[in-house]
Design a protein around this ligand. Structure first.
Ligand code: F6R
Length: 261
């Protein structure tokens, strides 16, 4: 794992967008795993700006989102399909046919999980998975105690996640209590992972995921099992990391980071 700390959330989002764009430029036929949430909005704004400046081309990119609320149709403004269209897909040169999310309206939940897994496999697997982290440590919607071997499935959300996300719903009680999510095992199959964590509120959970013990109580800690992870944080989210000097040392001296400093 490599840990990169940027001065603020805007710089951390820009760095994340550059990592994604550089990976796509190195392999234009690219399968990109995407996340939603407030943390990702500036990343998508930057990717859209880079696309406008012809710095990254999405014409041969396929995307697979981590999760979708169960019971929300694509046109619902709180669905993750709507979020993705609004924040990214409508602003870049991607073919919408190549954008994938679990179908929140699927009648057969088990079959929908299997369909989504098969679609990723058929595409050749995820080249880079973008991750955020929830206040309860979740990645995707893999709530505490989700197995590290879990695959795409329906998952009941925790009260903490409900409190975190229901602010976007009007009234808040209309937020679904369940979602489809890639499993932790699905996420760990990605060839590379880039996790973005911003804000002082996430400092404690960021330290647990990055430096804490491996535990399904914090599913974000599963990234420690993956051989190719970069975590990008702002100063606020990095505040409780104990190995800070080492992270900065690596970023300052490793040749691979020369163009990002
Ligand atoms: C959503 C997802 C979640 C979010 C997490 C953080 O697709 O993957 O794990 O990354 O809930 O959300 P924000 O960024 O809103 O704090």
């Amino acid at each position: 794992m490599e840990v990169i700390i940027q001065p603020d959330a805007a710089a951390a989002a820009k760095m994340t967008a550059r990592l994604i764009a550089d990976a796509i430029n190195a392999k234009p036929q690219f399968n990109l795993g995407l996340a939603t949430g407030a943390t990702m909005e500036p990343v998508y704004a930057e990717l859209a700006a880079m696309n406008r400046r012809n710095e990254v081309d999405f014409s041969r990119v396929s995307t697979f989102n981590l999760d979708e609320y169960i019971g929300l149709p694509p046109e619902d403004k709180n669905s993750y399909r709507y979020y993705m269209n609004y924040h990214l897909f409508d602003k870049i040169n991607i073919d919408k046919k190549n954008t994938n999310l679990p179908d929140g309206m699927a009648a057969d939940e088990v079959a929908e999980g299997a369909r989504y897994e098969a679609a990723m496999k058929k595409a050749g697997g995820i080249d880079l998975q973008l991750l955020g982290i929830g206040s309860d440590g979740h990645i995707g919607f893999n709530e505490p105690l989700s197995s590290f071997a879990s695959r795409t499935r329906a998952k009941p959300l925790t009260p903490a996640t409900y409190r975190q996300n229901s602010v976007y719903f009007d009234p808040p009680e209309t937020m679904p209590m369940r979602a489809f999510t890639m499993g932790v095992g699905t996420i760990l199959d990605a060839k590379r992972i880039v996790m973005l964590i911003t804000g002082a509120k996430k400092a404690g959970i960021a330290a647990q995921a990055i430096e804490g013990p491996l535990t399904s109580m914090v599913t974000g800690s599963a990234i420690q099992l993956h051989p190719a992870v970069v975590v990008v944080l702002d100063e606020g989210a990095a505040a409780q990391l104990t190995m800070r000097e080492y992270y900065d040392w690596v970023f300052a001296h490793e040749p691979k980071w020369k163009n990002y400093r």
